[in-house]
Design a protein around this ligand. Structure first.
Ligand code: FAD
Length: 365
């Protein structure tokens, strides 16, 4: 008999397991994948940590969370400064004085603001009814056309005129020469990869991989006093109200026979006709240069049952559906639903740790 059965060896499940284990609780962690870490899993190829499920950069303003992860592993000083490639021109992201200089040749914030204002004048007094109008109202037409339109349409598989404006209520725009994508106080990547962080969290805990909870969930639930479930909430309830929707991704890896393919960890491809959204060159996350180098092209794809559910689609219909599942979840006293799939939300890693630690306070204090 276990005190806790934890379904999912991702970041959320691993933090809960770690905290429970520290307090002498007997835990069993199961995961249907063949490795721990969920989507933050990294795997060594030629000594370089490969971000198997997309680029992951840890960034936070939460002192407690930053101290928590730094007690477990050492972080490097990686700073995310992605580039966007449009018709063979490169632009800095997020939108900053570098981007405005590259786009129009302007050099001062005043010149950049005047340029943007002249391009969004016509949208000043309208209430945007779709993402296109919202984006032009925020940043003007040139940047929208080159850097937002195609990328967003690929990302969501829909035209920007068919997407709701709330997706980009705000855009990170800076009138300084600062291309650090995040404005959080702390940022970095574990020097030995995210898998090392998860392994530290799970040290001394029983973990069964290649084990799907739904192969025999009644038997698993009987084995523990409490269950922490981090899988899809609708699946737990046998999709009785229907399926929640997601956007999925396909990753295509290529070993390139050069020691530095693109000079940066992340380059976005913003043209609509290029089917992938970005290329990741993993070695730049670790400040290494070696031949050959592994690159990954990331293709957004429609999600179907059985595919990896990457991004929840939090539109009205799905949010209402989630609410119905949430009501069922709230009636369970043995099972706690957590993590990104259990709460049907996009959550960064620091949010996940914060939520897991808060849950632990409720469970153990
Ligand atoms: P998961 O990592 O999904 O873990 C859930 C686990 O449960 C999985 O291992 C799964 O196999 C397992 N599971 C599910 N169902 C079952 C079942 N029936 N039986 C057994 N096991 C099951 N965050 C950042 O802070 N910075 C970033 O740069 C960043 N980049 C991202 C890029 C991409 C492409 C994506 C999709 C996300 C990114 N994130 C980033 C978010 C980050 O991935 C999440 O915060 C984190 O992975 C969530 O952890 P989790 O434990 O909730 O979920």
């Amino acid at each position: 008999m276990y005190d806790y059965l934890i379904v999912g060896a991702g970041l959320y499940g691993s933090v809960i397991a770690h905290e429970a284990n520290k307090r002498g609780k007997k835990c069993l962690v199961i995961d249907k994948r063949g490795h721990v870490g969920g989507n933050i899993y990294t795997e060594k190829v030629n000594g370089v940590d490969i971000h198997k499920y997309g680029a992951h950069i840890f960034h936070t303003d939460d002192e407690e969370v930053w101290a928590y992860v730094n007690r477990l592993v050492t972080f490097n000083r990686f700073t995310n400064s992605p580039l966007a490639r449009y018709k063979d021109k490169l632009f800095s992201l997020p939108f900053s004085m570098y981007t405005f200089n590259q786009m129009w040749g302007v050099k001062t914030p005043d010149e950049a603001k005047k340029m943007i204002d002249s391009q969004r004048e016509a949208y000043k007094n309208i209430e945007p009814s779709n993402l296109e109008e919202q984006a032009i109202k925020l940043i003007g037409k040139d940047i929208y056309d080159a850097l937002i339109k195609g990328y967003t349409e690929k990302q969501w598989g829909r035209k920007t005129t068919d997407l709701p404006p709330f997706i980009i209520r705000r855009l990170p725009v800076r009138f300084t020469y600062n291309n650090n994508y995040f404005s959080d106080r702390y940022q970095g990547i574990p020097e030995d990869g995210y898998t090392a962080l998860i392994e530290k969290l799970l040290e001394g805990i029983e973990v069964n991989l290649n084990t799907d909870f739904f192969e025999n969930h009644k038997m698993y639930e009987k084995q523990a006093k409490k269950v922490i479930y981090t899988g899809m909430i609708d699946q737990y309830f046998n999709y009785q109200y229907g399926h929640l929707s997601y956007r999925s991704l396909r990753f295509e890896n290529e070993m390139v026979d050069t020691e530095n393919y693109q000079g940066n960890a992340v380059v976005n491809y913003t043209e609509r006709d290029i089917p992938f959204t970005r290329i990741i060159e993993h070695q730049h996350f670790t400040f290494k240069e070696q031949k050959p180098t592994l690159i990954t092209r990331e293709y957004p794809v429609d999600w179907e049952i059985g595919d990896e559910p990457y991004y929840p689609i939090n539109d009205n219909d799905n949010n209402l559906l989630y609410k119905k599942y949430r009501e069922l979840a709230d009636q369970q006293d043995k099972v706690i639903f957590g993590g990104r799939l259990g709460t049907y939300r996009y959550l960064d890693m620091d949010d996940i740790i914060r939520l897991a630690l808060d849950q632990c306070k409720k469970l153990f204090d």
